[in-house]
Design a protein around this ligand. Structure first.
Ligand SMILES: *[C@@H]1O[C@H](CO)[C@@H](O)[C@H](O)[C@H]1NC(C)=O
Ligand SMILES: *[C@@H]1O[C@H](CO)[C@@H](O)[C@H](O)[C@H]1NC(C)=O
Ligand SMILES: *[C@@H]1O[C@H](CO)[C@@H](O)[C@H](O)[C@H]1NC(C)=O
Length: 502
Protein backbone atom coordinates (compact mmCIF):
# COMPACT_ATOMS: atom_id res chain seq x y z
CA UNK A 1 0.00 0.00 0.00
CA UNK A 2 3.01 2.20 0.40
CA UNK A 3 3.48 2.18 -3.32
CA UNK A 4 -0.12 3.35 -3.73
CA UNK A 5 0.51 6.15 -1.18
CA UNK A 6 3.49 7.34 -3.09
CA UNK A 7 1.34 7.33 -6.23
CA UNK A 8 -1.28 9.56 -4.55
CA UNK A 9 1.49 11.77 -3.22
CA UNK A 10 2.60 12.42 -6.64
CA UNK A 11 -0.96 13.08 -7.78
CA UNK A 12 -1.52 15.67 -5.03
CA UNK A 13 1.49 17.61 -6.05
CA UNK A 14 4.04 16.04 -3.76
CA UNK A 15 2.38 16.52 -0.34
CA UNK A 16 4.55 14.48 2.08
CA UNK A 17 5.27 13.80 5.75
CA UNK A 18 8.27 15.67 6.98
CA UNK A 19 7.69 14.11 10.45
CA UNK A 20 5.83 10.95 11.22
CA UNK A 21 4.91 9.28 14.50
CA UNK A 22 7.30 6.56 15.67
CA UNK A 23 6.82 3.74 18.10
CA UNK A 24 7.06 5.23 21.57
CA UNK A 25 6.99 4.19 25.13
CA UNK A 26 5.51 6.37 27.83
CA UNK A 27 5.05 5.89 31.54
CA UNK A 28 1.50 6.38 32.66
CA UNK A 29 0.84 9.90 33.93
CA UNK A 30 3.39 11.41 31.62
CA UNK A 31 2.46 13.31 28.47
CA UNK A 32 3.52 12.22 25.04
CA UNK A 33 3.50 13.78 21.63
CA UNK A 34 3.11 11.79 18.45
CA UNK A 35 4.58 14.06 15.74
CA UNK A 36 2.93 14.58 12.39
CA UNK A 37 4.09 17.33 10.00
CA UNK A 38 2.83 17.31 6.41
CA UNK A 39 4.40 19.49 3.80
CA UNK A 40 2.40 20.73 0.83
CA UNK A 41 -1.02 19.95 2.16
CA UNK A 42 -3.90 22.20 3.18
CA UNK A 43 -6.76 19.75 3.67
CA UNK A 44 -8.16 17.79 6.60
CA UNK A 45 -5.81 15.86 8.86
CA UNK A 46 -7.11 13.17 11.16
CA UNK A 47 -5.60 10.64 13.59
CA UNK A 48 -6.76 7.07 14.05
CA UNK A 49 -6.29 4.97 17.16
CA UNK A 50 -6.37 1.25 16.49
CA UNK A 51 -8.11 2.13 13.23
CA UNK A 52 -10.79 4.29 14.88
CA UNK A 53 -10.89 7.96 13.73
CA UNK A 54 -10.47 10.46 16.56
CA UNK A 55 -12.30 13.29 14.68
CA UNK A 56 -11.40 16.27 12.57
CA UNK A 57 -11.47 19.06 15.21
CA UNK A 58 -8.14 20.19 16.57
CA UNK A 59 -9.32 19.98 20.20
CA UNK A 60 -10.67 16.48 19.58
CA UNK A 61 -13.94 16.74 21.55
CA UNK A 62 -14.77 13.48 23.26
CA UNK A 63 -11.06 12.83 23.94
CA UNK A 64 -10.42 15.06 26.91
CA UNK A 65 -6.72 14.35 27.23
CA UNK A 66 -6.04 14.39 23.47
CA UNK A 67 -5.41 17.45 21.33
CA UNK A 68 -3.62 18.40 18.13
CA UNK A 69 -0.79 20.82 18.56
CA UNK A 70 1.42 22.99 16.42
CA UNK A 71 0.59 25.44 13.67
CA UNK A 72 -1.63 23.86 11.09
CA UNK A 73 -0.49 26.46 8.54
CA UNK A 74 2.99 25.03 8.88
CA UNK A 75 1.53 21.55 8.32
CA UNK A 76 1.94 20.61 11.99
CA UNK A 77 -0.71 18.16 13.33
CA UNK A 78 1.05 16.38 16.13
CA UNK A 79 -1.12 14.46 18.59
CA UNK A 80 -0.57 15.42 22.26
CA UNK A 81 -1.71 12.90 24.83
CA UNK A 82 -1.84 14.38 28.27
CA UNK A 83 -1.23 12.24 31.31
CA UNK A 84 -1.08 8.91 29.52
CA UNK A 85 -3.16 6.01 30.69
CA UNK A 86 -3.24 2.33 29.93
CA UNK A 87 -6.21 3.05 27.63
CA UNK A 88 -3.90 5.07 25.41
CA UNK A 89 -1.84 2.00 24.65
CA UNK A 90 -2.68 1.58 20.95
CA UNK A 91 -1.49 1.94 17.35
CA UNK A 92 -1.80 5.51 15.99
CA UNK A 93 -1.77 6.78 12.47
CA UNK A 94 -1.81 10.35 11.10
CA UNK A 95 -3.82 10.66 7.89
CA UNK A 96 -3.99 13.45 5.29
CA UNK A 97 -7.36 12.33 4.08
CA UNK A 98 -7.72 14.38 0.94
CA UNK A 99 -4.25 13.57 -0.21
CA UNK A 100 -4.74 9.94 0.64
CA UNK A 101 -1.61 10.10 2.81
CA UNK A 102 -1.10 7.80 5.83
CA UNK A 103 1.75 7.97 8.25
CA UNK A 104 3.62 5.04 9.85
CA UNK A 105 1.53 3.00 12.14
CA UNK A 106 3.11 4.04 15.44
CA UNK A 107 2.70 1.82 18.49
CA UNK A 108 2.34 3.77 21.69
CA UNK A 109 3.24 1.60 24.65
CA UNK A 110 2.05 2.84 28.01
CA UNK A 111 3.99 1.51 30.97
CA UNK A 112 2.35 1.43 34.40
CA UNK A 113 4.50 1.30 37.51
CA UNK A 114 3.45 -1.18 40.13
CA UNK A 115 1.63 0.06 43.18
CA UNK A 116 3.17 -0.59 46.60
CA UNK A 117 3.35 -4.34 46.96
CA UNK A 118 1.03 -5.99 49.46
CA UNK A 119 2.30 -8.75 51.70
CA UNK A 120 -0.51 -10.98 52.95
CA UNK A 121 -0.90 -10.73 56.69
CA UNK A 122 1.51 -7.80 57.09
CA UNK A 123 2.86 -5.70 58.66
CA UNK A 124 3.43 -8.22 61.52
CA UNK A 125 2.83 -11.78 60.45
CA UNK A 126 2.26 -14.39 63.12
CA UNK A 127 3.72 -17.72 62.08
CA UNK A 128 4.10 -20.99 63.88
CA UNK A 129 7.58 -22.21 64.61
CA UNK A 130 8.80 -25.18 62.53
CA UNK A 131 5.70 -24.97 60.35
CA UNK A 132 6.13 -24.18 56.65
CA UNK A 133 4.64 -20.86 55.66
CA UNK A 134 4.53 -18.98 52.38
CA UNK A 135 5.17 -15.27 52.62
CA UNK A 136 3.08 -13.94 49.77
CA UNK A 137 3.71 -10.62 48.04
CA UNK A 138 1.35 -9.25 45.42
CA UNK A 139 2.09 -6.50 42.94
CA UNK A 140 -0.86 -5.38 40.88
CA UNK A 141 -1.67 -2.89 38.14
CA UNK A 142 1.83 -2.85 36.68
CA UNK A 143 2.57 -3.06 33.01
CA UNK A 144 4.49 -5.01 32.23
CA UNK A 145 3.93 -7.22 35.26
CA UNK A 146 6.37 -6.39 38.01
CA UNK A 147 9.39 -8.39 38.90
CA UNK A 148 9.42 -9.25 42.57
CA UNK A 149 12.42 -9.80 44.79
CA UNK A 150 12.35 -10.89 48.42
CA UNK A 151 14.97 -9.80 50.92
CA UNK A 152 15.52 -11.05 54.43
CA UNK A 153 17.27 -8.52 56.58
CA UNK A 154 18.58 -6.97 53.34
CA UNK A 155 19.79 -10.19 51.78
CA UNK A 156 18.22 -11.47 48.55
CA UNK A 157 16.23 -14.67 48.96
CA UNK A 158 16.64 -16.89 45.93
CA UNK A 159 14.01 -19.43 46.86
CA UNK A 160 10.95 -17.33 46.08
CA UNK A 161 8.43 -18.69 43.59
CA UNK A 162 7.18 -16.13 41.06
CA UNK A 163 4.01 -16.23 39.04
CA UNK A 164 2.01 -13.72 37.07
CA UNK A 165 -1.38 -13.34 35.64
CA UNK A 166 -0.82 -11.36 32.46
CA UNK A 167 -4.43 -10.25 31.94
CA UNK A 168 -4.83 -8.75 35.39
CA UNK A 169 -1.28 -7.42 35.42
CA UNK A 170 -0.92 -9.24 38.73
CA UNK A 171 2.36 -10.71 39.87
CA UNK A 172 2.75 -12.83 42.94
CA UNK A 173 5.86 -14.09 44.65
CA UNK A 174 5.76 -16.64 47.40
CA UNK A 175 8.69 -17.10 49.69
CA UNK A 176 8.53 -20.43 51.50
CA UNK A 177 9.89 -20.19 55.03
CA UNK A 178 10.11 -22.58 57.94
CA UNK A 179 10.37 -20.16 60.82
CA UNK A 180 12.56 -20.91 63.80
CA UNK A 181 12.18 -19.18 67.13
CA UNK A 182 15.29 -17.15 66.41
CA UNK A 183 13.64 -15.72 63.29
CA UNK A 184 11.11 -13.86 65.39
CA UNK A 185 11.43 -10.14 64.64
CA UNK A 186 13.20 -10.61 61.34
CA UNK A 187 12.26 -8.25 58.55
CA UNK A 188 11.27 -9.53 55.13
CA UNK A 189 11.06 -7.03 52.35
CA UNK A 190 9.25 -7.49 49.07
CA UNK A 191 10.55 -5.20 46.34
CA UNK A 192 8.73 -4.85 43.04
CA UNK A 193 9.88 -3.12 39.91
CA UNK A 194 9.26 -2.87 36.21
CA UNK A 195 10.53 -0.55 33.51
CA UNK A 196 8.00 2.10 34.59
CA UNK A 197 9.45 2.12 38.09
CA UNK A 198 13.10 1.18 37.79
CA UNK A 199 13.75 2.31 41.34
CA UNK A 200 11.05 -0.06 42.52
CA UNK A 201 8.70 0.00 45.41
CA UNK A 202 8.85 -2.10 48.49
CA UNK A 203 6.94 -3.24 51.51
CA UNK A 204 8.47 -4.77 54.63
CA UNK A 205 6.93 -7.10 57.14
CA UNK A 206 8.25 -8.61 60.31
CA UNK A 207 7.45 -12.10 61.44
CA UNK A 208 6.43 -12.99 64.93
CA UNK A 209 7.31 -16.66 65.42
CA UNK A 210 4.89 -18.33 67.79
CA UNK A 211 5.36 -21.68 69.37
CA UNK A 212 3.67 -23.87 71.93
CA UNK A 213 5.37 -23.64 75.31
CA UNK A 214 8.85 -25.14 75.66
CA UNK A 215 8.76 -26.87 78.99
CA UNK A 216 11.26 -28.38 81.37
CA UNK A 217 10.07 -30.18 84.45
CA UNK A 218 12.52 -30.63 87.28
CA UNK A 219 12.27 -32.24 90.69
CA UNK A 220 14.03 -31.10 93.81
CA UNK A 221 15.60 -33.00 95.34
CA UNK A 222 16.26 -35.67 92.74
CA UNK A 223 16.41 -38.55 95.20
CA UNK A 224 14.28 -38.74 98.34
CA UNK A 225 13.11 -41.19 100.93
CA UNK A 226 9.49 -42.16 100.96
CA UNK A 227 7.59 -39.65 103.07
CA UNK A 228 9.82 -36.71 102.17
CA UNK A 229 8.68 -33.57 100.39
CA UNK A 230 9.65 -32.76 96.85
CA UNK A 231 9.09 -29.72 94.72
CA UNK A 232 8.24 -30.05 91.04
CA UNK A 233 9.15 -27.00 89.00
CA UNK A 234 7.63 -26.61 85.56
CA UNK A 235 9.52 -23.89 83.73
CA UNK A 236 8.19 -22.84 80.39
CA UNK A 237 8.73 -20.22 77.75
CA UNK A 238 6.19 -19.44 75.13
CA UNK A 239 5.07 -16.99 72.48
CA UNK A 240 2.33 -15.93 72.82
CA UNK A 241 2.07 -15.93 76.58
CA UNK A 242 1.22 -18.97 78.68
CA UNK A 243 -2.46 -19.38 79.40
CA UNK A 244 -2.32 -22.17 81.95
CA UNK A 245 -0.66 -25.08 83.72
CA UNK A 246 -2.28 -28.45 84.33
CA UNK A 247 -0.75 -31.16 86.48
CA UNK A 248 -1.46 -34.84 86.68
CA UNK A 249 0.00 -37.92 88.25
CA UNK A 250 -0.16 -41.28 86.54
CA UNK A 251 -2.72 -39.78 84.17
CA UNK A 252 -4.99 -38.55 86.96
CA UNK A 253 -5.43 -34.77 87.05
CA UNK A 254 -4.33 -32.97 90.20
CA UNK A 255 -7.07 -30.39 90.08
CA UNK A 256 -5.83 -28.23 92.95
CA UNK A 257 -2.49 -27.60 91.20
CA UNK A 258 -2.51 -24.85 88.59
CA UNK A 259 0.75 -22.95 88.95
CA UNK A 260 4.27 -23.50 87.73
CA UNK A 261 5.30 -25.53 90.78
CA UNK A 262 3.88 -28.30 92.90
CA UNK A 263 5.00 -29.50 96.32
CA UNK A 264 4.02 -32.98 97.48
CA UNK A 265 4.93 -35.57 100.05
CA UNK A 266 5.99 -38.54 97.99
CA UNK A 267 5.34 -42.19 98.50
CA UNK A 268 6.54 -45.16 96.49
CA UNK A 269 3.91 -44.52 93.80
CA UNK A 270 5.89 -41.51 92.56
CA UNK A 271 8.57 -43.99 91.54
CA UNK A 272 6.28 -45.57 88.95
CA UNK A 273 3.56 -42.99 88.21
CA UNK A 274 4.96 -40.02 86.34
CA UNK A 275 3.96 -36.53 87.33
CA UNK A 276 3.21 -34.43 84.30
CA UNK A 277 2.94 -30.72 83.74
CA UNK A 278 1.03 -29.50 80.72
CA UNK A 279 1.57 -25.89 79.72
CA UNK A 280 -0.68 -24.18 77.19
CA UNK A 281 -0.81 -21.06 75.12
CA UNK A 282 -3.05 -20.10 72.24
CA UNK A 283 -0.84 -21.98 69.77
CA UNK A 284 -0.77 -25.30 71.56
CA UNK A 285 0.24 -27.16 74.65
CA UNK A 286 3.25 -29.14 75.80
CA UNK A 287 3.11 -31.96 78.28
CA UNK A 288 6.24 -33.09 80.10
CA UNK A 289 6.44 -35.91 82.61
CA UNK A 290 8.92 -37.02 85.21
CA UNK A 291 9.34 -39.76 87.75
CA UNK A 292 10.79 -39.24 91.21
CA UNK A 293 13.64 -41.34 92.49
CA UNK A 294 11.79 -42.24 95.70
CA UNK A 295 13.66 -44.75 97.84
CA UNK A 296 11.50 -47.35 99.54
CA UNK A 297 11.85 -50.74 101.13
CA UNK A 298 10.51 -53.94 99.61
CA UNK A 299 6.87 -53.94 98.59
CA UNK A 300 5.28 -57.21 97.61
CA UNK A 301 3.80 -57.16 94.13
CA UNK A 302 2.82 -60.80 93.89
CA UNK A 303 2.54 -63.23 96.73
CA UNK A 304 3.82 -66.80 96.41
CA UNK A 305 1.00 -69.35 96.55
CA UNK A 306 1.24 -72.48 98.70
CA UNK A 307 1.47 -75.64 96.62
CA UNK A 308 0.58 -79.26 97.03
CA UNK A 309 2.16 -81.60 94.48
CA UNK A 310 2.56 -85.30 94.09
CA UNK A 311 5.96 -86.79 94.71
CA UNK A 312 8.11 -86.73 91.54
CA UNK A 313 6.36 -83.70 90.05
CA UNK A 314 7.83 -80.22 89.59
CA UNK A 315 6.92 -77.29 91.77
CA UNK A 316 7.54 -73.55 91.41
CA UNK A 317 6.95 -70.52 93.61
CA UNK A 318 6.99 -66.96 92.41
CA UNK A 319 7.17 -63.88 94.51
CA UNK A 320 7.70 -60.41 93.11
CA UNK A 321 8.88 -57.39 95.05
CA UNK A 322 9.63 -53.87 94.15
CA UNK A 323 11.97 -51.51 95.86
CA UNK A 324 14.30 -48.65 95.16
CA UNK A 325 17.24 -48.86 94.92
CA UNK A 326 16.90 -52.23 93.16
CA UNK A 327 16.48 -55.10 95.57
CA UNK A 328 18.10 -58.47 95.81
CA UNK A 329 16.03 -61.57 96.34
CA UNK A 330 16.90 -64.82 98.06
CA UNK A 331 14.91 -68.04 98.42
CA UNK A 332 15.74 -70.29 101.34
CA UNK A 333 14.12 -73.29 102.97
CA UNK A 334 13.22 -72.99 106.61
CA UNK A 335 15.86 -74.69 108.68
CA UNK A 336 18.59 -74.07 106.15
CA UNK A 337 20.59 -71.03 105.17
CA UNK A 338 21.34 -72.32 101.67
CA UNK A 339 20.15 -69.83 99.03
CA UNK A 340 18.14 -71.81 96.51
CA UNK A 341 17.48 -69.03 94.04
CA UNK A 342 17.99 -65.31 93.56
CA UNK A 343 15.25 -64.97 90.98
CA UNK A 344 11.58 -64.24 91.40
CA UNK A 345 10.79 -67.87 90.75
CA UNK A 346 12.00 -70.86 92.72
CA UNK A 347 11.90 -74.02 90.60
CA UNK A 348 11.87 -77.41 92.29
CA UNK A 349 12.24 -80.33 89.91
CA UNK A 350 10.90 -83.82 90.68
CA UNK A 351 10.18 -83.12 94.31
CA UNK A 352 10.76 -85.61 97.08
CA UNK A 353 9.07 -85.71 100.46
CA UNK A 354 12.16 -84.06 101.92
CA UNK A 355 11.39 -81.01 99.78
CA UNK A 356 8.14 -80.47 101.65
CA UNK A 357 8.26 -77.60 104.09
CA UNK A 358 8.27 -73.84 104.31
CA UNK A 359 10.18 -71.72 101.88
CA UNK A 360 11.04 -68.07 102.44
CA UNK A 361 11.39 -65.43 99.79
CA UNK A 362 13.38 -62.54 101.19
CA UNK A 363 13.84 -59.15 99.56
CA UNK A 364 16.60 -56.80 100.55
CA UNK A 365 16.72 -53.17 99.47
CA UNK A 366 20.24 -52.11 100.33
CA UNK A 367 20.34 -49.64 103.23
CA UNK A 368 16.55 -49.18 103.12
CA UNK A 369 14.84 -52.32 104.26
CA UNK A 370 14.20 -56.04 104.27
CA UNK A 371 10.99 -58.05 103.97
CA UNK A 372 10.08 -61.69 103.52
CA UNK A 373 7.21 -64.05 102.79
CA UNK A 374 6.81 -67.71 103.71
CA UNK A 375 5.10 -70.26 101.56
CA UNK A 376 4.62 -73.96 102.10
CA UNK A 377 5.20 -76.90 99.82
CA UNK A 378 3.25 -80.04 100.52
CA UNK A 379 4.41 -83.20 98.77
CA UNK A 380 1.89 -85.97 98.39
CA UNK A 381 3.60 -89.31 98.96
CA UNK A 382 3.49 -92.51 100.95
CA UNK A 383 3.19 -92.20 104.75
CA UNK A 384 6.36 -91.33 106.61
CA UNK A 385 6.20 -93.36 109.73
CA UNK A 386 8.60 -92.47 112.51
CA UNK A 387 9.07 -93.94 115.91
CA UNK A 388 11.86 -94.48 118.42
CA UNK A 389 13.21 -97.92 117.65
CA UNK A 390 13.42 -98.67 121.36
CA UNK A 391 10.75 -97.56 123.74
CA UNK A 392 10.53 -98.23 127.44
CA UNK A 393 8.00 -99.38 129.97
CA UNK A 394 7.96 -100.68 133.52
CA UNK A 395 6.97 -104.33 133.96
CA UNK A 396 3.53 -104.78 135.48
CA UNK A 397 2.72 -101.16 134.90
CA UNK A 398 0.87 -99.39 132.21
CA UNK A 399 2.96 -99.10 129.04
CA UNK A 400 2.80 -97.23 125.77
CA UNK A 401 4.35 -97.40 122.31
CA UNK A 402 4.13 -94.41 119.96
CA UNK A 403 4.35 -94.12 116.22
CA UNK A 404 4.00 -90.83 114.30
CA UNK A 405 2.73 -90.82 110.73
CA UNK A 406 3.48 -87.62 108.84
CA UNK A 407 3.20 -86.62 105.17
CA UNK A 408 0.35 -85.88 102.84
CA UNK A 409 -2.22 -87.19 102.23
CA UNK A 410 -2.93 -88.40 105.79
CA UNK A 411 -2.93 -92.17 106.38
CA UNK A 412 -6.09 -94.05 105.56
CA UNK A 413 -5.25 -96.46 108.37
CA UNK A 414 -2.49 -97.27 110.84
CA UNK A 415 -2.05 -100.91 111.87
CA UNK A 416 -0.03 -102.28 114.75
CA UNK A 417 1.20 -105.85 114.29
CA UNK A 418 3.01 -107.72 117.05
CA UNK A 419 3.11 -111.37 117.97
CA UNK A 420 -0.07 -112.69 116.43
CA UNK A 421 -2.08 -109.57 117.14
CA UNK A 422 -3.09 -107.01 114.53
CA UNK A 423 -4.79 -103.90 115.85
CA UNK A 424 -5.72 -100.66 114.14
CA UNK A 425 -8.26 -99.19 116.52
CA UNK A 426 -10.17 -100.03 119.64
CA UNK A 427 -8.80 -102.63 122.02
CA UNK A 428 -7.94 -106.27 122.25
CA UNK A 429 -7.28 -107.70 125.69
CA UNK A 430 -4.60 -105.63 127.39
CA UNK A 431 -3.95 -103.65 124.18
CA UNK A 432 -5.72 -100.60 122.86
CA UNK A 433 -4.89 -98.05 120.12
CA UNK A 434 -5.37 -94.31 120.51
CA UNK A 435 -4.98 -91.88 117.61
CA UNK A 436 -4.35 -88.15 117.91
CA UNK A 437 -4.02 -85.82 114.97
CA UNK A 438 -1.69 -82.81 115.25
CA UNK A 439 0.21 -80.40 113.01
CA UNK A 440 2.98 -82.93 112.78
CA UNK A 441 0.80 -85.77 111.60
CA UNK A 442 -1.18 -88.57 113.14
CA UNK A 443 0.18 -89.97 116.38
CA UNK A 444 -0.86 -93.56 116.99
CA UNK A 445 -0.28 -94.98 120.46
CA UNK A 446 -0.42 -98.66 121.38
CA UNK A 447 -1.36 -98.67 125.04
CA UNK A 448 -0.70 -101.72 127.26
CA UNK A 449 -2.94 -101.69 130.31
CA UNK A 450 -0.32 -103.79 132.12
CA UNK A 451 3.00 -104.98 130.71
CA UNK A 452 3.96 -108.62 131.02
CA UNK A 453 7.40 -110.19 130.56
CA UNK A 454 6.55 -111.50 127.04
CA UNK A 455 5.75 -107.98 125.83
CA UNK A 456 9.46 -107.19 126.09
CA UNK A 457 10.28 -110.04 123.66
CA UNK A 458 8.16 -108.78 120.79
CA UNK A 459 8.83 -106.63 117.76
CA UNK A 460 6.08 -104.07 117.21
CA UNK A 461 5.31 -103.18 113.57
CA UNK A 462 3.52 -99.87 113.01
CA UNK A 463 2.44 -99.62 109.33
CA UNK A 464 0.44 -96.80 107.76
CA UNK A 465 -1.34 -96.76 104.38
CA UNK A 466 -2.41 -94.09 101.95
CA UNK A 467 -3.00 -94.13 98.18
CA UNK A 468 0.74 -93.68 97.54
CA UNK A 469 1.81 -96.70 99.52
CA UNK A 470 2.84 -97.74 103.02
CA UNK A 471 5.30 -96.70 105.69
CA UNK A 472 6.49 -98.94 108.50
CA UNK A 473 8.29 -98.37 111.79
CA UNK A 474 9.54 -101.25 113.93
CA UNK A 475 9.79 -100.85 117.68
CA UNK A 476 11.05 -102.97 120.55
CA UNK A 477 9.94 -102.46 124.11
CA UNK A 478 12.62 -102.42 126.79
CA UNK A 479 12.04 -102.94 130.42
CA UNK A 480 12.71 -99.98 132.60
CA UNK A 481 13.85 -100.17 136.24
CA UNK A 482 11.10 -99.38 138.73
CA UNK A 483 13.18 -96.78 140.59
CA UNK A 484 14.41 -94.16 138.24
CA UNK A 485 15.83 -90.70 138.68
CA UNK A 486 16.70 -89.87 135.09
CA UNK A 487 14.57 -90.73 132.10
CA UNK A 488 16.72 -92.66 129.65
CA UNK A 489 14.18 -92.14 126.90
CA UNK A 490 15.68 -91.09 123.60
CA UNK A 491 15.91 -87.33 123.36
CA UNK A 492 14.78 -87.26 119.73
CA UNK A 493 11.15 -88.17 120.14
CA UNK A 494 7.88 -86.75 121.37
CA UNK A 495 8.81 -86.57 125.02
CA UNK A 496 6.28 -83.83 125.96
CA UNK A 497 3.37 -86.09 125.10
CA UNK A 498 4.95 -89.07 126.77
CA UNK A 499 5.67 -87.05 129.88
CA UNK A 500 2.15 -85.70 129.93
CA UNK A 501 0.63 -89.11 129.79
CA UNK A 502 2.91 -90.78 132.28
C1 LIG B 1 3.59 -22.71 49.44
O1 LIG B 1 3.51 -22.58 48.06
C2 LIG B 1 3.92 -23.71 47.33
C3 LIG B 1 3.91 -23.38 45.86
O2 LIG B 1 2.64 -22.95 45.49
C4 LIG B 1 2.98 -24.85 47.66
O3 LIG B 1 3.41 -26.02 46.99
C5 LIG B 1 3.02 -25.10 49.16
O4 LIG B 1 2.10 -26.10 49.50
C6 LIG B 1 2.69 -23.83 49.90
N1 LIG B 1 2.92 -24.08 51.29
C7 LIG B 1 2.06 -23.68 52.23
C8 LIG B 1 2.45 -23.98 53.63
O5 LIG B 1 1.02 -23.11 51.99
C1 LIG C 1 0.36 -35.63 79.93
O1 LIG C 1 0.89 -36.85 79.46
C2 LIG C 1 0.71 -37.93 80.36
C3 LIG C 1 1.47 -39.12 79.81
O2 LIG C 1 1.43 -39.15 78.44
C4 LIG C 1 -0.77 -38.19 80.53
O3 LIG C 1 -0.96 -39.26 81.40
C5 LIG C 1 -1.41 -36.95 81.09
O4 LIG C 1 -2.79 -37.12 81.19
C6 LIG C 1 -1.11 -35.75 80.22
N1 LIG C 1 -1.54 -34.57 80.93
C7 LIG C 1 -2.49 -33.80 80.50
C8 LIG C 1 -2.82 -32.65 81.36
O5 LIG C 1 -3.04 -34.01 79.44
C1 LIG D 1 4.89 -104.90 108.94
O1 LIG D 1 3.52 -105.05 108.69
C2 LIG D 1 3.10 -104.96 107.35
C3 LIG D 1 1.58 -105.06 107.27
O2 LIG D 1 1.02 -105.60 108.36
C4 LIG D 1 3.77 -106.00 106.54
O3 LIG D 1 3.38 -105.88 105.19
C5 LIG D 1 5.26 -105.87 106.66
O4 LIG D 1 5.93 -106.86 105.95
C6 LIG D 1 5.71 -105.88 108.11
N1 LIG D 1 7.12 -105.57 108.16
C7 LIG D 1 8.03 -106.24 108.86
C8 LIG D 1 9.44 -105.83 108.75
O5 LIG D 1 7.68 -107.15 109.52
Amino acid sequence: SHGTDRGRCLVSQAAYFSQQPQDQVVVSGQSVTLPCVIVGYRGMVQWTKDGLALGGERDLPGWTRYSLMGDPLSGEHSLLIDSAELADDAVYECQATQAGLRSHRAKLTVLVPPTDPVVDGGPVIRVKAHTPYNLTCRASGAKPAAEITWYRDGEVMETAIYSKDGKRELAVSMLPVIPEDKDSGRTYTCRVLNPAAPAGRQTSVTINVQHPPSVTLSVQPQTVMEGAKVLFICSASANPEITGYRWSKGGVPISEANGDSLEVTVDHSYFTDPVSCEVSNSVGSTNVSTLVDVQFGPRLLSEPMPMKVDIGMDAAFTCTWTGNPPLTLAWTKQGSSVVLSNGNTLQLKAVTQEDAGTYTCKAIVPRIGVAERDVTLTVNGPPITTADATQHAVKHSKGKLECLVGSSPPPDKIVWTFGDITLSSGSSGRFSVQTVTSDHGVLSSLVLSETLAQDFQLRYNCTAWNRFGTGTALITLKEQGRILTVSPSSPTKTSPREGGQL
